[in-house]
Design a protein around this ligand. Structure first.
Ligand code: AMP
Ligand code: MG
Length: 335
């Protein structure tokens, strides 16, 4: 996806290192000291620290400004570790781990007593996943214990999908950021409760209900949500307006000339190409997969561009498009 916009940040950016032997070793040293590292994953960049070190985990909460009642996802190097983190591994948990790991599916299981309370925000469950990214995989293999790694943004900000997003936003709260390039998925993992016999989706993500085999079904506990979904996902400084598919031309035509110069647009590529001159195109996408990859970066670009409002053309609610629309509705909710 093409995005436009300049950066204007106030913190001193953290160093961004290539994930070569030097970079990896520096990251491992920092983690061993209880420090934090920006870690690329296939979904978004994570703010990684030793999941079993309460001081490191406290640093994660502080760096993010994350409410203490919003638990962290614990990242594993190997599916076998699930048995150590969970008090009980249900057949459903085992089956979904075997099917989707490594990958963007987070399983909520009954927590083993050894998982620090702070990591799971006092709950008797813990969220776990095994990321599908070579840099995360290498870090996890070379650390002695699992890593807690929530998205590496300040609470209420868009998740970071590029190393520089983390470096500029978190500054010296991280020892360094490993640059794994742009995240291939771009939206967060799907969170499912797997303590019963059927998965209950607690947060929409890039693994779809279709893939989980629960498309269109009502489940017991359907109204349950992850603690994190209680918080505004992203409260931009500008209002986000969702425009129906095919409706962008009319939405732009309805703007006054002054409004037009300060309104940003994110829309399908062909829509963007047909817009009148003077419109501030923030990004054009080819499909819902492309928008998923570029969405958070586009929200940041719109902010950098100083738009007074952002019009975003909806995508099809299929596949990852469902998670994209979930995030967009949150961003567009009145605040
Ligand atoms: P993030 O890593 O920033 O994408 O946030 C992790 C998400 O997983 C948040 O929405 C959390 O509320 C959710 N989560 C983490 N642990 C649990 C848990 N034990 N039960 C339910 N949701 C969880
Ligand atoms: Mg997050």
């Amino acid at each position: 996806m093409l995005t436009m916009g300049a950066h204007s940040e106030t913190v001193v950016p953290a160093s961004v290192l290539a994930p070569d032997e030097h970079g990896l070793q520096a990251a491992l040293d920092a983690l061993a000291r209880g420090g934090l590292v920006g870690m690329p994953t296939e979904t978004v960049y994570g703010l990684a620290g030793d999941a079993y070190d309460p001081d490191a985990v406290a640093r994660i909460f502080a760096a993010k400004g994350r409410p203490a009642d919003n638990p962290l996802i614990v990242h594993l190097a190997d599916p076998e570790e699930l048995g150590r983190v969970a008090a009980q591994v249900t057949p459903l948990a085992r089956r979904l781990a075997a099917t989707f790991w490594p990958g963007p599916l987070t399983l909520v299981v009954e927590a083993a007593a050894s998982v620090p309370t702070i990591t799971r925000a006092g709950l008797d469950t813990v969220a776990v996943r095994l990321p599908d990214h070579p840099v995360a995989a290498t870090l996890l293999e070379r650390t002695p214990r699992p890593l807690a790694a929530p998205s590496a943004n300040r609470s209420g900000r868009p998740s970071p999908t590029r190393a520089e997003h983390v470096a500029t936003e978190l500054g010296d709260a991280v020892a360094l950021v490993l640059d794994g390039g742009p995240c291939p998925v771009g939206v967060e993992s799907t969170v499912v409760d797997v303590r019963g016999t059927r998965p209950v989706v607690l947060r929409e993500g890039s693994v779809t209900r279709e893939q989980l085999g629960i498309e269109g079904t009502r489940q017991a506990g359907e109204d349950q949500r992850s603690p994190g979904t209680r918080y505004r996902h992203y409260a931009p400084a500008y209002p986000v307006v969702l425009v129906a598919r095919g409706g962008m031309g009319a939405a732009v035509a309805a703007l006054t000339p002054e409004e037009r110069t300060s309104t940003g647009v994110v829309a399908g590529r062909s829509t963007v190409d047909a817009l009148p001159p003077g419109v501030r195109v923030i990004a054009g996408y080819t499909d819902e997969v492309d928008l998923a990859r570029g969405l958070y970066g586009a929200l940041r670009s719109a902010e950098d561009a100083g738009v007074t409002r952002l019009l975003v053309e909806a995508v099809a609610e299929r596949g990852v498009g469902r998670a994209v629309m979930d995030r967009l509705r949150r961003a567009a909710a009145p605040h």
